[in-house]
Design a protein around this ligand. Structure first.
Ligand SMILES: Nc1nc2c(c(=O)[nH]1)N[C@H]1C(S)=C(S)[C@@H](COP(=O)(O)O)O[C@H]1N2
Ligand SMILES: [Mo]
Length: 335
């Protein structure tokens, strides 16, 4: 996702360009097999940051098998291959390019973890990593997933409904919206330490839903995909999945969920309100200022030449389940 007008602070930070080039060069050298332990770390001025993000072993983050009930309703959807789901990502905390999260997130620490659910409710709770995996019966949900950049996938997520989590904390009558926040840890997340790598976002990444959207049975807290715990580039250890909305609503690596009375700020809306609304429902009749939303490129097992442009469906194909949430609202005003 690009923003039309970079923030002034983004333009002013001239020094970060060097650091970013440095990082890119390291990735290249690493790919070519030139980078051993410690090499280059003493040769650049801005390398203190880099040294923390690069470990010169090729150890991959390890995922664990999950126990879950299979999705029998959506088996007809042709899944995007796992290899593509875990290597084509948007996770600006680990770089704004599609290949960067898979490369820069492999040493991300997800255990221990704390997810706090609080605000307008009777019983705030804090969940540990083990709670996230074990507290709820896990289900597979095979969902279409549509990015506002007009590519899409079909992903077999594993998780539990957000409703089951919110019910535990007993929201009170002032709980009109739900606000979500991603971890803020620039030591682990290079995009938070460099405005160049991080795409000019002000961190932490935040998102929000109206309470009825949050309670809809389709709204998923995902802890896994393809039968295993989430890899870090997909938002480990826990992320939101809202299948009828553009992908940017599906916030990753969540540490805080807060029930609130007012509509909370959301990251992409804050950056470019004309381009990215609070609701962000997939809508083929409401174009983004710079690209049509009428169709999408479905990422499949085919190569680059595969013809895979398909029409985009209203609410991403989930109109039957969610259109009633927006009755009486003008969806070109509330985009
Ligand atoms: N914290 C955080 N969450 C995020 C993003 C991000 O940059 N940071 N990118 C969003 C966007 S634009 C998309 S399309 C999806 C991508 O999810 P995936 O990489 O698992 O396909 O994550 C969303 N959640
Ligand atoms: Mo996206």
């Amino acid at each position: 996702m690009l923003i039309k007008t970079p923030q002034k602070s983004f333009l002013r930070e001239s020094a970060v360009t060097d650091e970013s080039l440095f990082q890119e060069r390291r990735i290249l050298l690493k790919k070519m097999g030139f980078l051993g332990a410690g090499t280059l770390l003493s040769s650049a001025g801005s390398n203190k940051v880099s040294a923390r993000f690069f470990n010169d072993d090729d150890v991959k983050f390890s995922t664990q098998k999950l126990h879950y009930s299979q999705d029998e309703l959506n088996v007809h959807l042709i899944k995007t291959p796992e290899q593509k789901v875990v290597s084509h990502n948007n996770f600006y905390e680990f770089g704004a390019k599609k290949h960067q999260p898979a490369e820069l997130a492999q040493h991300f620490n997800v255990n221990p973890w704390q997810l706090t659910v609080s605000g307008e409710c009777d019983k705030s709770i804090t969940l540990s990593y083990d709670d996230l995996i074990n507290m709820f019966a896990l289900e597979e949900r095979i969902y279409r997933f549509r990015c506002v950049e007009a590519w899409s996938m079909v992903i077999p997520w594993i998780g539990f409904s957000l409703a089951s989590l919110l019910t535990k904390v007993a929201p009170n009558s002032k709980a009109k919206y739900v606000a979500f926040e991603t971890l803020y840890d620039p030591k682990q997340m290079p995009g938070q330490a460099s405005r160049f790598l991080g795409g000019g976002i002000t961190y932490p990444y935040v998102e929000g839903l109206r309470i009825d959207e949050a309670m809809n049975p389709l709204t998923l807290m995902s802890v896994g995909l393809y039968g295993k715990t989430l890899p870090p580039q997909n938002g480990a250890p826990i992320r939101l999945v809202v299948p009828w909305k553009y992908g940017f609503k599906s916030i990753k690596s969540i540490v805080a969920i807060k029930l609130v009375e007012q509509q909370p700020p959301t990251t992409w809306n804050r950056l470019a309100a004309k381009e990215y609304g609070f609701y962000a429902n997939v809508n083929p009749t409401h174009d983004h200022p710079r690209w049509s939303q009428a169709s999408e490129r479905r990422i499949t097992s085919g190569g680059l030449l595969t013809r895979n442009r398909i029409p985009t469906l209203a609410f991403n194909g989930y109109a039957e389940e969610v259109a009633s949430l927006y009755q009486g609202m003008d969806l070109s005003t509330y985009y």
